[in-house]
Design a protein. Structure first.
Length: 278
């Protein structure tokens, strides 16, 4: 009895913190999605109807979804290939440190680099002018979306490489030795040993990358403000603008919709992983 009591006493501070700072706010958002911002009247699904009919929400949701569909597969594939290459690379600790260096750069400093590179009179356009090519409006055209993808890949690639290397380190060397004894070459060992043993880790890394992709708003907002070029207008821009206008009912309804979409993606990843195992 005493041991069980001590366990709960150790857990109590964490439970209180999660309840106060996570569960109660989440409950408030969920209830607020069905109430009006003024008067707290029960309005049913009216807030969801308003949000889904809002052009800014549809644009922000489309851009955020497109960013995730492009960024996450590129991040997972490139980081996995780099992690595999680093396993046998000479000076891999130095290379890994170089990959992790962008994570140590503050977001405000990254924005300064963006402006130096992508401004109308920035370095990239200066190079294009030097070779007699037309300048590109990096911040005011469709190129802004790809600028966002490439910049965020650069910043987060090293962290994901570390995750893949940790996953590769959990595969026992004896399995590779057994495969070599059976006559398997490197390619066969990769498909028959490495890939099957990375499935569980791939799910975790994919979920972490999905959640981390929402942080791209920091750089996008610092470089372009509240109303960037429409290809850079993300769901967090919309939240920020609605919060400024005190549209709490819209924020709550949109948050519920986005949360359901994220949970659906995580469930899809999990189901895909289970089907692959069977």
């Amino acid at each position: 009895m005493g041991k069980h009591t001590n366990r709960w006493l150790f857990l109590l501070p964490n439970l209180l913190g999660v309840t106060v700072f996570a569960l109660i706010p989440m409950g408030e958002v969920l209830v607020g999605a069905f109430r009006s911002a003024v008067g707290k009247r029960w309005v049913g699904l009216q807030n969801f109807h308003t949000v889904l009919g809002n052009r800014a929400f549809r644009l922000a949701a489309e851009n955020t979804g497109r960013f995730m569909l492009v960024y996450i597969p590129l991040l997972l594939i490139l980081s996995a290939l780099l992690a595999l290459g680093l396993r046998r690379a000479w000076g891999r600790k130095t290379l890994l440190g170089a990959y992790l260096l962008p994570m140590a750069v503050p977001a405000a400093s990254v924005v300064l680099v963006w402006k130096l590179l992508f401004h109308g009179n920035g370095l990239l356009n200066s190079l294009l002018s030097a070779i007699h090519l037309p300048n590109i409006d990096w911040m005011g055209s469709n190129a802004s979306f790809w600028m966002l993808v490439v910049s965020y890949l650069w910043k987060n690639l090293g962290y994901t490489v570390v995750l893949w290397m940790a996953a590769l380190g959990t595969i026992p060397a004896s399995i590779y030795e057994a495969a070599q004894i059976d006559g398997a070459n490197d390619l066969q060992a990769f498909f028959c040993v490495t890939l099957p043993n990375l499935k569980g880790s791939a799910f975790s890394i994919g979920v972490l990358s999905l959640l981390n992709s929402f942080k791209v708003f920091r750089e996008a907002w610092l470089v372009a403000g509240d109303y960037p070029q429409e290809n850079m207008y993300l769901i967090q821009h919309l939240y920020n603008n609605w919060f400024r206008d005190l549209d709490y009912d819209k924020i709550a309804a949109a948050s519920v919709l986005v949360s359901l979409a994220v949970l659906g993606l995580i469930a899809l990843f999990g189901l895909t992983g289970r089907e692959a195992d069977t």
